[in-house]
Ligand binder design. Structure first.
Ligand SMILES: [Zn+2]
Length: 83
């Protein structure tokens, strides 16, 4: 494992985010429930659109899992120098 991989894994662990597939992540909720956050495409503003399968997320609300996952991706992007 490279330092980069270790730092990547550390960020995921810090946010309680697990990679479960291509553009699919499991996020642990405050009560220990696991929710799936997936990338569903690109918004009009050019930002990635993400969806969570928790009750709030299903209604298109920006739930705390999405917020957490997006913060996590932002840190990963910083780490890797992604655009
Ligand atoms: Zn959610």
């Amino acid at each position: 494992m490279t330092d980069m991989d270790a730092a990547h894994a550390e960020i995921l662990a810090e946010y309680g985010v697990t990679e479960i597939g291509e553009n699919k992540y499991a996020v642990t909720g405050s009560t220990g429930n696991m929710y799936t956050v997936s990338y569903v495409g690109c918004g009009d503003c050019g930002e990635g659109l993400w969806e969570c399968d928790c009750p709030a997320g299903k209604h298109g609300r920006n739930c705390k899992h999405l917020t957490r996952a997006i913060n996590c991706f932002r840190e990963l992007a910083n780490l890797h120098g992604w655009e």
